[in-house]
Design a protein around this ligand. Structure first.
Ligand SMILES: [Zn+2]
Length: 370
């Protein structure tokens, strides 16, 4: 087995795997494909910098794995054959062609490996914590769903948090899930305790748990040390970047609900969770320092049109009408929104609006300009 490298350099991608596979002999690829046709590669997991799965061979089971190390991509298998073996090749082919069938490590496995990271590479860990077949709700929601998924009741979640923690993010945008959570039994929600809910959200920040935290709000102040610890403790299994950033954002938002927390300092410690400086500007607004908030946003003005629109919309929602005008005019010209243009007519002098409309038409409706 290769040396484990804890440093996540980048994520394993299909492109990296495809390039790694390029020199593999055709015969080896053929053997590997046979394993895949016979569905022998099971319990497929993708972590940001690693892949691992279980392969049911004809006589025994094996654990092929692949990782990005400081010296480049590497991997192998515990079968004892010379490497690369067909089991390892099957793992790579499966990821290259169907990466969507690889799951993020389940919540149970994540907790089991705390501080004992090599346990991920134990066969018993995989069989204990990863079901075979993998439930459809742990995988991306298909465009045409063959099977539905209903959100579990709270008493089931409390007994088995993985029922919620392991749901693939693509399922969680459905409005009925938020609705179900909103109607959970509040007594049981409180009984489960803040630490339970914080840990769940830190692992799967895509869960719509806002209503839960409204109910258990009074439990947050005593849980402050736990939230801080969760923010700063290195996780045994790294989360994919987007997931990690969202989890950090969620945790900081919870801290923001606890009085006397030094939020400006905290957001500054995790700038990736506030890339547009909106959270920090909001703190200044709430502290009655609008000029400082505007200066902060203007001195970190984003490069992309989409981000600029987001920042302008935030300013428009915070500022009194006269101060909104420059942002509304810029946004209208930048997005080509006729609705925004028309709304400005009541706020500008007739001459100013006429000028704006000319600019607008010149840019967005050249035929009307003529
Ligand atoms: Zn092997």
């Amino acid at each position: 087995m290769s040396t484990l490298v804890s440093l996540a350099l980048t994520n394993v991608t299909r492109e990296i795997v495809d390039e790694y596979l390029a020199p593999f002999p055709t015969k080896l690829l053929r053997y590997a494909r046979d394993y895949l046709y016979e569905d022998r590669l099971i319990r497929k997991i993708a972590m940001p910098e690693r892949l691992i799965a279980q392969l049911r061979g004809y006589n025994d089971t094996y654990l092929p794995h692949f990782e990005l190390s400081a010296s480049g991509p590497q991997g192998g298998c515990n079968c004892g054959h010379s490497q690369p073996c067909a089991h390892f090749t099957a793992l790579l082919l499966a990821f290259r062609d169907h990466s969507e069938q690889f799951v993020f490590p389940p919540y149970g496995l994540y907790h089991a490996v705390k501080n004992i990271w090599p346990l991920v590479f134990e066969e018993t860990s995989l069989t204990q914590f990863i079901p075979d077949p993998i439930p459809h709700w742990m995988l991306p929601q298909p465009l045409v769903p063959q099977a539905s998924w209903s959100p579990p009741s709270l008493d089931r979640v409390v007994r088995q948090p993985s029922l919620l923690a392991d749901v693939h993010p693509s399922w969680l945008t459905r409005p009925d899930i938020e609705e179900t959570i909103r109607h959970w039994d509040t007594v049981l929600m409180q009984k489960a305790g803040a630490v339970f809910w914080i840990a769940l959200w830190a692992y799967n920040p895509y869960l719509p748990l806002e209503s839960v935290f409204q109910v258990i709000g009074s439990q947050l102040p005593p849980a402050q040390p736990f939230i801080l610890e969760t923010l700063w403790t290195k996780r045994p299994i790294a989360l994919p970047v987007e997931r990690q950033v969202l989890a950090t954002h969620r945790l900081l938002t919870l801290l923001g609900q606890i009085p006397d927390t030094p939020m400006m300092w905290l957001w500054n410690q995790f700038p990736e969770a506030d890339p547009l400086y909106l959270e920090r500007a909001r703190l200044l607004m709430n502290d009655n320092q609008p000029d400082k908030a505007i200066r902060l946003l203007e001195s970190h003005w984003p490069d992309t049109k989409e981000a600029q629109h987001t920042v302008r919309q935030a300013l428009i929602s915070w500022l009194p009408v006269p101060d909104q005008l420059p942002y509304r005019i810029a946004d209208c010209l930048d997005t080509g929104s006729v609705l925004e243009l028309e709304a400005l007519q009541t706020l500008l002098s007739p001459e100013a609006w006429h000028d704006l409309a000319q600019h607008f038409n010149h840019r967005w409706r050249p035929s009307a300009d003529a």
